[in-house]
Each structure stands twice: as C-alpha cells, then as structure tokens.
Design a protein. Structure first.
Lengths: 390, 416
C-alpha cells in the first residue's frame, strides 16, 4: 500500500453508518480490518445485488474496498479477548454501535485505554454518545429530516413534500467527520503519545452541513424556503436548473459578476445572432463597463441589481437555444461557469472524467469480472490513493 | 467545548490559506477550530472581493460592507487575515516568505490561477521542500475541462447528485443548497490532514489535487456500480424517486404531510419489525392488511401504503407523531425548519452546536459548530472572521520579521 496513511492500522466494526469512513481510510492506504459477526454483517444483504446474487451486495462491495475482513462474535467471551488484542495493536478503532452496547460487553474505549493509551477511538452515532437522544432510532432519511437538509430540498410547489437528496448522504457526511476526527486525533497522538476518543454525531453533522439555511437563521433570524432545482432562499430567486433546446437540463450557476464575464456573454449573444431577441443585452453592456460587481453593491444599487439579473437571464435564454452539452462547453470556454445535469453513469462517461482515469477498474475474481468503481476524490502526488483490494 | 482547551490538537501547524467561498474556507475553518494557525491571504486591490461571500448576506442589522457578511464570518472563524497583492513583485516576495514558514498552502482558485501568479507547485517546493500544497477546483488541474470553473450547484449537476434527488413524476429537485461545498471542504481538510500524517512519518511534502466533480462522483455510491456492472439505467420513467429507499430496500419510507402549513414528517421502516411496530401505533384496520406483512408486499403496494400513512400523519402534529413512532422504536423525525433545530432542539443545544464568536464589527454572533467532540483536545471557536488585513502587522512583523517601516511602506505602495 502506498497511500498517505500507509502504516496506520484501523480496526473497524462493520456498520452501515461508518462503512464509508473505513473505505476512505483504506483507500488512503491504512490497513483496515473490518470485523463482522460470523453470519456476516447485515449490510452484505443490501440492494443493489450483483447479478441478483443475494450474497453479492454492491452496497457491501462499494463501501468495503481496501479492507481485510475477520469474523468475531462479540457476545462470545473468547472473541472479545481477540477483539481486545486487535484493538491494542491498532492505531484507530472505528465503530458505529448503539451507545452503551460495547460498554455492556466490557470492550468500550474506557475498558481498553489503559492497555492501549495511544489508541484513537472513533464512535459514530446518530445523536452522539451521551446526549438526551442517544438511544433514538435513525436512518439516513430521518437524519436528513431532523438535521435540516430535507427542509431545503424540493420544489417551488409546497404542496409537494420536501425531498431527501439521494445516495445515503447522511452517512457520507458523518463519515467525513469521522475521518477528520480520526486524523486530527492521530496527528495529536503522534506528537503527544496519547490517544483519545472521538465522538461523532451524525445528526449534528447534517445540522452544520446545510449552508445558508443555518446562518440565515443564526445571523438574521430568517428562514429559507425551498425552490425547484436551486438554493432554498429567503428571497425568491430565478431558476438555475433550466431546459436546454434538446430537453436536457443544465445548471446556469452563479450569475456573472466581472466585467469580462458580461463582455463574454454579450459577445456570445452576437455570435449566435440572438442579440435582438434579448432586450436586456443593454444591461450586459453596462456590466461590461465595470471591473466587478460585489454582493454589497447588488444588495444596495438598483442598476447593479439589474445588471446581475440580466446575466442570469442571458444564460437561461442562451441555454434554451442550444443543446445541453453545447451550452455547457460553450459557456465554460467563454469563462462562464455552468454545468449539465448528468446522471452518475453519464458523469462517469464524460470525456473529462474518462481522460482523468477516474473510473477505477477493480478485479472481482469471484465473478470473473472487472468492475469500474468511482476513483480518487483527491490525487496525492507522492502517496497515491488506491483501491488495494475489492 | 471547554474540555481541555489548553491543549490544541493541531497546534504547531501553520496554513498559508488562499482559499475562500465555502468549499475552501470550510476546510481551513476545521483546522483552525482544532488549533492550526490559519493565515488567510486576501487581495487588497479587490478588497477580498474574489470571495463572493465577503460582504454578502445574511446581515445582523442594516449595516452593509465587506466586513459585515454573515456567511463569510461563519466560514472564517478563528483565522488570521492578511492582504497581499500577488500581481506585484514585492507582494510575491512577501508571499514567498510566508510559504517558507508554512506547513500547508491551500487554495481553491480555478486550476492554473496560482501558477499564473508565479506559484506552481514546483515553485512552492523550491521555497519550502516539505510544503503540502492542496488545490481544490471543480475539475482538477489536468484534463480537457481543467480550465473550467464551478460552484457547488454546478458540481452537483455534473456529478449526478442533482439528477438523483427528486420525486417520481417530477423533474429533479436537486439539492437546495451547496451540499458539495460542504463535502468539498471536508475532503479538502481530509487531504491536508492525511498529507500531514504522511509528512510527519516520512519527511515528504506533496501536492494534493482535488477535483470537486470527482468528490461528488465518489458520493454516488452503489447505484453507480449497478449502472456500470449491469447497464441499469439511471435516467427514465419514475426516476429519481429519492424519498423512497432502494439501497437498502425499505418501505414505508418517505416524507408525509403533517398538520399545519408546510409541515412534514419523515418515517422509515427498516424491516418487518419496524412495520409491525408502526402498524400497532396506527391501530387502523388497513395497517393489518396481510399484503403489508412482508417487505416485498409493502413495496409492491407502496403507493397505496403511502396514501394510507399520509392520511394518518396529515391530522397530527409532526413533532408529536414522530415522537410516538420513535417511542415504538421506529425511526421518525419532523422535517425540522431552521428555527426548530437551532432554537428549539435540546439535543443540539446540549452538544454546543451553535457557539458564539466575536467579530470586531459584526459583534457577537452564533456560527456553525462542529459535529464531533474529542475527549482530550476538543475544538474551540471564539473569534469571528478576520477583517481585511487585520493581522498584517502581527504576521508580517512578528512572524516574518519584517520591520514596521517596511510594512508601512508596503501598505502605502498598495502591496498589502
């Protein structure tokens, strides 16, 4: 293994909540040993399945790359002794058990820290280990609901329910904090010689990952309202996810603010022969005369507000006249940040993603297939990220 | 938060931080909360305006201006701030002196911008052989789109996160906030910390190139494997349908109406036991319909099941119904509004999730805390975002050893 965490040993108790944290550690080169009960952890049965084989869960595959596996029934006395020995030889223990379960078994951090003072112990729970709600049941959906993400996602029509964003992101968010905590404590341990416990609260993690919904309230006492395909907002805003001429959706991003960008937009209208159909082009030319417009000016100056609005409208208008991909490329080549709404598999096949070799082949000997996995979220120049085993 | 404040986990780590917005500033914010010395470098010519959040909403009162933006304050708590004009040769000299004494250099400009200012990785390494350089951009520093630019919602669109969020029969709803700015920031901070672990063990610095679209794709999970392995389409009739749960398969699973205007409750039955417990709470005849006994049966009649359940939740208060269902051991939560979870949530309050910080102009204001506690060296937040050039003297004189007259001269020349 070559990653930056090469030489770091992690003992992970198999879980739904923190499996992603274990994968991130393993793909960064840590030696991750995942511990399951002898019957296999229940996430081994999670859909989707490989070729409908109930013993080949793609969920399990995805979240358990770069890990070795052992089975231990922690209700058994001898197995607990083995677990202790494993932990005593580890740098990090990662677990997402219900609070108090491990303490009842005599194998919680407090039971091991005297024997393993250098150990970093990461607990990932739904509501923290000791808060008033420590024992409440939760899933990805209910965490995103209580944590505020769901409130911000959905449609202009508030008769439709708000939406849970796809992909079990509550566990992803919690897992990134598990990793941040583990690495922070590890750096401190390497300097001080002393480990500690990291208590990660998934519900709190969602609460602090909702961007302006939180600080509009904290700072100004205002609540955002959800809108279709764009930021939930205190003040209604224009659409940013709009249909291109081929019916596919594009994202028009944050409207231009620099004079250069307004000039590009104005010239693009000319190149497409569309100026006469877009009367607000006048404001683009006013924008082109300025170096930059700031948030403060947009809030204060009506002319700047009109320039800002015309930038957004121009992008929407041009999108309606071009195929989605042509709009995306055309805008970006002119320095105007925009996007195309891909499904994940379409994104996987995008020329840029392919050229960067992001899709990562992993050999699955059991089904005699090479399966392409999502690749490196970060490229380390000296200690490369890698999927070391399926 | 008062636990072990004397000892900071990341004490001794110095970050020369060119990053901003949320995707960059959010990363170094985490490091600062654990005691790293983060020195944010801003452009005096544009008065820090590259970061669109500087001076932007929300505001505590009627005052406006570059120091008064609430989002900027939130994302930059605990950092020092200096101004350097990197277009000028004196500014570049000054910056090089900062790089020389820093462990980490961070930025989230479009690819090529820092190199264009004279500081590609090769130059940073020449100044400081063990420096860790983390660049965070939409598309990474190589590949056909390397020079393209992005924002959170663009990344979400391009990585599949927008298309996979929504209700069946409607266009994608996407994410109503820059989810990827939070995750980009977290992955950027992970990159910094992992590179520090590596440097501390080997003495080697390195460049970490982070592409936000790739971070986004790394979050699309098992459904992507299903598509690449089986060719299962991710676009089509009935998709997306993300209030339901395919992976793992659960039913009922959704967001249901509650009593009151725009009030909703989320309910998830993980297995048959959860369903039977929920049926007992409901107590209506329909809930005992034998078709609903198995997961397969509930999924086959999911529309009907959701309809019944919505009729039950519709007449009840969202907090009350969620609490009754949870007491039966079944996951359920009100869809909490900001006011609910920030001002009326005892659990978040007990965690210390909304600490107050002090900003010289904004005053005392609450900010996002962190969702983890370390038992020995916990995070700490007390001071708000730096004002433009607030720590120029402290950093240039005390840290870099430049004399006060020269700093005054740099100031007069517009370099700082």
């Amino acid at each position: 293994m070559t990653g930056p965490l090469s030489g770091v040993r992690v003992v992970e108790l198999a879980s739904e909540r923190a499996a992603f944290a274990g994968k991130l550690l393993g793909d960064l080169g840590a030696d991750v040993i995942v511990v399951e009960p002898s019957g296999g952890h229940r996430t081994r049965t999670y859909a989707p399945l490989s070729q409908d084989d109930p013993e080949q869960s793609l969920w399990w595959w995805h979240y358990n790359t770069s890990k070795r596996g052992v089975t231990l029934d922690l209700d058994d006395h001898a197995a607990r002794a083995t677990f202790r020995r494993l932990c005593e030889r580890a740098d990090v223990v990662l677990e997402a058990e219900e609070p108090a379960r491990l303490a009842a078994l005599g194998i919680d951090y407090d039971d091991l820290r005297d024997a393993a003072p250098r150990l970093v112990w990461v607990s990932v729970t739904a509501f923290g280990r000791s808060g008033p709600r420590a024992h409440d049941p939760a899933t990805d959906l209910t965490l995103l609901a209580s944590g505020g993400a769901v409130w911000s996602c959905g449609y202009d029509d508030h008769n439709l329910p708000p939406v849970r964003g796809g992909g079990n992101q509550a566990f992803h968010v919690a897992s990134t904090y598990a990793l941040l905590g583990a690495l922070t404590a590890l750096l401190h341990r390497d300097r001080s010689g002393t480990g500690q416990r990291v208590d990660v609260n998934a519900n709190a993690a969602i609460n602090v990952s909702t961007e302006l919904a939180t600080y509009e309230w904290l700072v100004g006492g205002l609540e955002v309202q959800r809108q279709t395909g764009r930021h939930a907002s205190v003040l209604p805003s224009l659409e940013t996810t709009v249909a291109a001429a081929d019916g596919r959706l594009v994202n028009t991003g944050v409207p231009p603010r620099s004079g250069t960008a307004f000039r590009s937009l104005s010239q693009w209208l000319d190149e497409l022969g569309l100026r006469d159909e877009f009367p607000e082009a006048f404001f683009l030319d006013l924008g082109a005369q300025r170096a930059v417009i700031t948030s403060a000016e947009i809030a204060e100056d009506p002319e700047v507000m009109a320039i800002y609005g015309a930038g957004r409208e121009a992008l929407t208008f041009i999108a309606s006249r071009l195929a989605a991909y042509d709009f995306f490329i055309g805008a970006q080549e002119r320095g105007l940040p925009t996007g195309i709404v891909y499904t994940p598999d379409e994104a996987f096949a995008d020329p840029h993603i392919v050229a960067r070799r992001f899709p990562t082949p992993v050999e699955h000997a059991d089904i005699a297939r090479v399966v392409r996995y999502p690749g490196a979220p970060y490229r380390f120049s000296r200690s490369p990220w890698a999927i070391s085993r399926p | 938060m008062l636990r072990a404040m004397g000892e900071r986990a990341l004490a001794g780590v110095r970050v020369c931080d060119l990053s901003g917005q949320l995707a960059g500033a959010g990363a170094t914010r985490f490091l600062a909360a654990f005691g790293a010395e983060v020195i944010r470098v801003e452009d005096p010519v544009r008065r820090g305006g590259w970061d669109i959040l500087r001076g932007g909403r929300p505001y505590v009162d009627e005052r406006r201006g570059p120091e008064l933006g609430g989002a900027f304050n939130n994302h930059n708590v605990g950092k020092l701030g200096v101004t350097i004009d990197l277009r000028s040769s004196r500014g570049r000299d000054l910056f090089a002196r900062m790089v020389a004494v820093s462990d980490v250099v961070t930025e989230n400009f479009a690819a090529g911008v820092l190199a264009g200012l004279g500081f590609p990785y090769e130059r940073l390494r020449e100044i400081n052989p063990t420096v860790i350089y983390v660049s965070n951009s939409g598309f990474g520093h190589a590949g056909p789109y390397a020079h393209y630019k992005s924002w959170g919602p663009i990344v979400q669109a391009l990585s599949g996160l927008t298309a996979t969020s929504g209700l069946a029969g409607h266009p994608p709803a996407g994410w109503g906030f820059s989810y990827m700015d939070h995750m980009g920031a977290n992955f950027m901070a992970i990159a910094v910390l992992a590179a520090l672990v590596h440097r501390n063990r080997t003495g080697e610095g390195q460049w970490v190139d982070l592409a936000m679209t790739e971070v986004g794709l790394a979050l699309t999970g098992p459904a992507l494997l299903d598509a690449t392995l089986h060719g299962r389409p991710m676009r089509g009739e009935g998709l997306p349908d993300s209030n339901r749960s395919e992976s793992p398969a659960m039913a009922p699973h959704g967001v249901y109406p509650a009593r009151g205007d725009d009030c909703w409750v989320a309910i998830a039955c993980r297995d048959d036991a959860d369903w039977h417990a929920l049926a007992a709470v409901i107590g209506d005849e329909w809930a005992w319909d034998g078709r609903f006994d198995s997961l397969a049966g509930r999924r086959a009649s999911e529309g009907e099941l959701d309809h019944h359940l919505a009729d039950w939740t519709r007449t009840r208060d969202r907090h009350e119904s969620a609490a009754i269902i949870r007491r039966a051991g079944v996951p359920a939560e009100a869809v909490q509004r900001p006011s609910d979870r920030i001002d009326n949530d005892a659990d978040n309050a007990a965690w210390g999730l909304w600490p107050s910080v002090r900003h010289p102009q904004i005053g005392e204001v609450r900010v996002d805390g962190l969702p983890l506690h370390l038992s020995r060296t916990d995070w700490h937040m007390a001071t708000g975002a730096p004002m433009l050039g607030q720590h120029n003297r402290e950093v240039f004189c005390d840290l870099l050893g430049i004399d006060e007259d020269e700093v005054a001269d740099l100031h007069d020349a517009g370099v700082v």
